[in-house]
Write a new protein. Structure first.
Length: 162
């Protein structure tokens, strides 16, 4: 799954970068978002299970710093690119990073069977996890559509805010 998600991320990034119209751009960008989330789920277990317990602290620290560093740097880099109205180079850079990640995955891939194929599945837990994920992303998307109410409340606290 890790390799498939990596390949789909490269395809989505290239689609977004070469988009000739809105439909192609939206399809590529949605594929990018879907695959980055799926890669996070697929890449974490091999990272933690593939190392001995003595290295767990370091691998967890590096993974967290990379994730939160990317979350912090992403809006800054995206904002700089947006200020120059140059989004295509940004998507090409993302495509290059995705291709490098896919290459690293291919070079270091170790196939391992699941821990317990007979493990029971809990539909209630899966449903709650899905609902929580949808609620978090839905709530975040709603924040961007209600900027005027946020600005009016912030201007009361910060007189110079506009």
């Amino acid at each position: 799954m890790l390799l498939i998600y990596g390949l789909l991320l490269v395809i989505g990034s290239v689609l977004a970068a070469v988009a000739a119209g809105p439909a192609m751009f939206i399809a590529g960008h949605v594929l990018q978002g879907l695959c980055t989330s799926l890669l996070l789920i697929a890449a974490a277990p091999p990272l933690f299970l593939g190392y001995p317990a003595a290295r767990l602290r370091w691998s967890a620290m590096i993974m967290n710093m990379c994730l939160f560093g990317a979350v912090t740097a992403g809006p800054l880099i995206g904002g700089v690119q947006a200020s120059f109205h140059a989004w295509r180079p940004l998507f090409w850079i993302v495509a290059g990073i995705a291709a490098a990640g896919l290459a690293m995955s291919l070079l270091t891939f170790q196939d391992a069977p699941p821990a317990d194929r007979a493990a029971p599945r809990d539909p209630a837990a899966l449903g709650l996890a899905a609902a929580g994920s949808v609620a978090a992303f839905w709530g975040t998307s709603e924040l961007t559509t209600h900027a005027s109410s946020t600005r009016s409340q912030s201007s009361r606290c910060w007189p110079g805010w506009r």
